[in-house]
Design a protein around this ligand. Sequence first.
Ligand SMILES: [Zn+2]
Length: 440
Amino acid sequence: MNTEREREKRQFGHRARLALTPAQIRPMDDQAHAARAMWNQLHDLWTMTPKCRRSLSRMDQTLRQARKEIDWYAVLPAQAAQAVLKTYFQAWRNCWDGRADEPNFKARFRTAMSVDIPQGRDLQIKRVHRRWGMVNIPKIGRVRFRWTKDLPVGKLANKENRITGARLVKDGLGWHIAFRIQTLEPKPEPHTGPEIGIDAGVNLPLALSDGNHQDHERPARLPDGTADRDKWLNPDEKAKLLRLERQAAHRKSFRKPKERSSNRLHRTYDQIKQLRARATRRAVDWQHQTTTNLARSYGTVVVEQLNITNMVKSARGTIEEPGKNVAQKSGLNRSISQEAWGRTVTMLTYKTARHGGTLHKVPAPNTSLRCSACGFLTPGSREDQATFVCKNPDCGWSGNADWNAARNILHLYRIGLVAIPAAGRAVVRRTRGAKPATAR
Ligand SMILES: [Zn+2]
């Protein structure tokens, strides 16, 4: 039977590497610096203006005036300047809705460089080779980019399937382009695959309740027990990083207070950034592959509701009441934040939806301390970071501590304890007709 399936709109991004020539990198950097300066000027204006007189049109007017008067602002295309204003307002909206902190000044060396191309028709994308595409970048010209995904351009583009814009972003490995893509796709059939509980472990990157753990074989800890923040680098790359860090420290020691850092020091910093960007790219690649496989195999994915920033902050404590064992706790927390659990959950959310599955979050307390076989909290059961041996005399279940937590997470979902996002905060609600807590 050939029935027309319901279609739904999908918006997503696609990132590709840009092949800019050295002569193009310079004006590209200038654009990004101008965009950053514009943000800072807007922020200055916003904070100086009394509350009752702040308005979008006023800011827009100032922006236009500044573009006329300050000549190096002119390197930034008008559309990109408008995008800065739009992003600035969005930053405030995110703050007011409780999603982010207040926007702040962007410092030259601490800010990711980026420029927006808000209109898709400016891009004029064309595929020129099996592996290369061409894109038009305002005020720079035609630039090649790596073609790794079929994009809705040329004859494939229409009202529903098209590129709506792009953002240029620079990291340690150079300039990249992130396309904003909009497509109309058939709605996926509901996924009938099994249920799975997933825990972001410290020993296992992703522990699964059915024992099908996902591991990247890069230990989170060094032999001496401290967290390895460069685990995604190979031994020779780690040695290079260490050498560069020593070199940077040495060069820095010659710098007098308030003196500018030397060009040599900046070159060393750039090399360090490059290694770190490579590590991040590997981590993200692993996350993408793993989450895609998970979304394909499982219909219902259950994860823990946890707030990583709070965990790191809570270890630090406050000035009046400094945290205890901060080093150990933040060491643990650092490896948690490095696994970038938040990013994994984001990926799982949209990937499960694309495959017709669902993702649920359950409240976190005690999932790592409670026994997943008998359901009791018996003191001393979690013997160390890796092993869990139930001390309840009637039970005695033993296994990997992360696996235990993953089993608990799935159990919490099965008894109906699901966190439901409401007005920005997760509220725990027991669904109707849920099984009683003792059922295992
Ligand atoms: Zn037990």
